[in-house]
Design a protein around this ligand. Structure first.
Ligand code: NAD
Length: 513
C-alpha cells in the first residue's frame, strides 16, 4: 500500500528503485556496493543507492576542480541568481521532499516540511548575500597608498552531513558556499541517501536549465570511508562536517594534519534553566517540544531541565501529565507528535541509557519502553521518558540521541543553575525561562551560558537561518547559516596599493641602495 503517497513523492523527486550515487548534473555514475535505505516508519526497503568508489570519487573531484575555474569567475550576483532559482524549485518540491524526509528519517511530516522551508530560507538569505560579500577599506600609514581586504572563494567545499537533518544542513552549506564562489561535494549520511539523491536532483535541474558545467554541486554516497576520501584530500580546502563528537574528533584531526579548514557542527547536551520567576505554561511548551520533537534526535533537543527547588514539584507534575498526552506513531499521520527513532541501534542506545541512568541512581518518573504491535512493526518507536537525575551522572554528561529528558533540581540563584548548565563538555544550545531581567541578563552575559546559542523564554530546540548556528567546546566551534558565517567559506586577502611614485617602506624603515 502506498503509505501516505510516498510512492508518488519518490516519482516526483526522480528517485528510482536503484540509483547511481554519484552525480552533479546530467551524467550519473557509481560502481560501489549499494546501500538500501530502510524506513524506520514501517521497516520497508524504500530504494537503493550504488555508492561512490575511489575511482568514482576521483572523477567527481576532477569535475569539481574544473567547474571551480568557471564558477569562481561568474559574478557573485549571477551565482546568487542560480541560488534564487534553486530556492524557487524547492518551493515547488516542498511537499514531496518534506514527505520523503519524514519517511526516510522518521521525523513528523510537519517537521519534514519545516526542514525544506529552512532550505528555502537559506537560499533567500544567500541571494541577498551575493551582493554583500563585503571587505573593508583600511587607511594606510604611507602616503599615496591604499589598503583593502577582499574575500575570495576557497575551492571545493566538502560537506559531510548527519541523518537527523538530512537535507537542511546540506542547503545551509551549499547555498552560502555557492554564492561565495565555491563548488561543493556532499556526502549525506548513509542512513538517509535517498533524500540526498532527491535534493541533488532538484539543484541539478536548475544547473542544467542554466547550462552550467558539471561539477558545481556534486553528490557522493557511502559510509565514513567516502567521507574520509574528502577529509584526507588536499584538493578539498574546507570540510564542513555535521554529526557526532566522535566523528568530529576524527575529522577535525585528519583535516588539521594537512592544515585544511573545518567547520564542525557536533553534538549538544542542551539545558533549559527554569527559575522561580518562569512562566510555567511557556516552560512546559518549550520543554516538551524540545525533548520529544524529532523523537529527541535534534542536535538542539532539550536533554536537561534544570529547575529551582521552589517550583520543582509543580514543574514535575505538569510534565508528567503533559507526557500522557503525547501520541506516538507514523510520522506521516499528522495526528501523531512523535515518530520512530532512526534504527534499532538507536533503540538500543536509548534502552542502555535508561538502564545506566537507573544504575547511577536516577529515578524514572515517566517510564520508557519500545512500542510493539500494529503500526509499530519496525521496532523503532520508543516512549519519551523522564528521569530525575543529577548533573554529574556519566549518562547525563553524554548526548543520547533519543527522547530522554533529565530533570535536575537546583538550589540557590541563577549562578548555581549556570554552573550545572555549563558543567558538561558540549556547548551547543541553552535557554532560560524567567521574567526576571537580572536573571536573564546574567544568563546572557560573559559569566552566563557558555553555549553558541542562548535563548530567553524559548526552548533550546530549533533556530532561524538569519543567525550564525553552531556551538562551543566539544560541539566543535563551527558556525553556519546566517550572520557572517559566510566568511568561513572564503579566504581573506589583504591588498596594499601604491599609487604614488615613491616606494616608502612600512614602519618608516630606510633601505637605501
Ligand atoms: P555520525 O557522526 O554517526 O555521522 C555523521 C556523518 O559523518 C555521516 O555522514 C557519516 O558517514 C560521517 N562520518 C562518520 N565518521 C567519519 C569519519 N571518520 N570520516 C568522515 N566522515 C565520517 O552522526 P549521526 O548519527 O548521523 O548524527 C547524529 C549526531 O549529529 C548527533 O551527535 C547530533 O547532535 C549531531 N548533529 C549536530 C548538528 C549541529 O549542527 N551541531 C546538527 C545535526 C546533528
Amino acid at each position: 500500500a502506498d503509505n501516505f503517497g510516498i510512492q508518488e513523492a519518490l516519482k516526483t523527486l526522480g528517485v528510482d528503485e536503484v540509483n547511481d550515487g554519484t552525480f552533479s548534473g546530467k551524467e550519473h555514475w557509481a560502481s560501489g556496493d549499494p546501500i538500501t535505505s530502510v524506513s524506520p516508519v514501517n521497516a520497508e526497503e524504500i530504494a537503493s543507492v550504488k555508492t561512490t568508489t575511489r575511482e568514482d570519487y576521483e572523477k567527481a573531484i576532477g569535475q569539481a576542480q574544473e567547474a571551480f575555474q568557471y564558477w569562481r569567475s561568474l559574478p557573485a550576483p549571477q551565482r546568487g541568481e542560480i541560488v534564487r532559482q534553486f530556492g524557487n524549485k524547492l518551493r515547488e518540491y516542498k511537499a514531496p521532499l518534506g514527505k520523503l524526509v519524514s519517511y526516510e528519517m522518521g521525523k513528523s511530516y510537519q517537521e519534514g516540511l519545516g526542514e525544506v522551508q529552512e532550505m528555502i530560507d537559506i537560499c533567500d538569505f544567500a541571494v541577498g548575500l551575493s551582493r554583500q560579500l563585503y571587505g573593508l577599506t583600511i587607511k594606510s600609514e604611507r602616503p599615496m597608498h591604499a589598503m583593502q581586504e577582499q574575500w575570495h572563494p576557497l575551492g571545493i567545499v566538502g560537506i559531510i552531513s548527519a541523518f537527523n537533518f538530512p537535507v537542511a544542513v546540506w542547503a545551509w552549506n551549499t547555498a552560502v558556499a555557492l554564492v561565495c564562489g565555491d563548488v561543493t561535494v556532499w556526502k549525506p549520511s548513509e542512513k538517509t541517501p535517498l533524500t540526498g539523491i532527491a535534493s541533488q536532483n532538484i539543484l541539478a535541474d536548475v544547473l542544467r536549465d542554466n547550462d552550467m558545467p558539471e561539477g558545481i554541486s556534486t553528490l557522493v554516497t557511502g559510509d565514513y570511508t567516502v567521507g574520509e576520501m574528502m577529509t584526507k584530500d588536499n584538493r578539498v580546502p574546507l570540510v564542513s562536517a555535521t554529526g557526532s563528537i566522535r566523528m568530529g574528533k576524527i575529522v577535525g584531526q585528519t583535516v588539521a594534519s594537512r592544515l585544511g579548514k573545518t567547520i564542525l557542527e557536533l553534538g549538544g547536551n542542551n539545558a533549559i534553566i527554569v527559575t522561580p520567576e518562569a512562566d510555567l505554561n511557556m516552560t512546559l511548551m518549550g520543554a516538551v517540544f524540545g525533548a520529544v520533537g524529532t523523537a529527541g534526535q535534534r542536535c538542539t533537543s532539550t536533554r536537561r531541565l534544570i529547575v529551582h527547588e521552589d517550583i520543582y514539584d509543580k514543574v514535575k507534575e505538569s510534565l508528567v501529565s503533559a507526557y500522557k498526552q503525547i501520541k506516538i506513531g507514523n510520522p506521516l499521520d499528522e495526528n501523531n507528535h512523535v515518530g520512530p527513532v532512526i534504527d534499532k541501534d538507536a533503540v538500543n542506545n536509548y534502552l542502555k541509557a535508561l538502564d545506566k541512568a537507573k544504575e547511577e541512581g536516577g529515578n524514572i518518573i515517566v517510564e520508557g519502553g519500545v512500542l510493539e504491535g500494529e503500526g509499530f512493526e519496525s521496532g523503532c518507536y520508543v516512549k519519551p521518558a523522564i528521569v530525575e537525575a543529577e548533573n554529574h551522572f556519566e549518562i547525563v554528561q553524554e548526548e543520547t540521541f533519543a527522547p530522554i529528558l533529565y530533570l535536575i533540581k537546583y538550589k540557590g540563584n541563577v549562578d548555581d543553575a549556570l554552573a550545572l548548565q555549563n558543567g558538561v563538555k558540549q556547548g551547543l544550545s541553552s535557554a532560560i525561562m524567567s521574567n526576571n531581567m537580572r536573571e536573564t541578563q546574567r544568563f546572557l552575559s560573559e559569566a552566563g551560558s557558555d553555549c553558541g546559542i542562548a535563548n530567553v523564554n524559548i526552548g533550546t530546540s530549533g533556530a532561524e537561518i538569519g543567525g550564525a548556528f553552531g556551538g562551543e567546546k566539544e560541539t566543535g566551534g563551527g558556525r553556519e547559516s546566517g550572520s557572517d558565517a559566510w566568511k568561513a567559506y572564503m579566504r581573506r586577502q589583504t591588498n596594499t596599493i601604491n599609487y604614488g611614485s615613491e616606494l616608502p617602506l612600512a614602519q618608516g624603515i630606510k633601505f637605501d641602495i
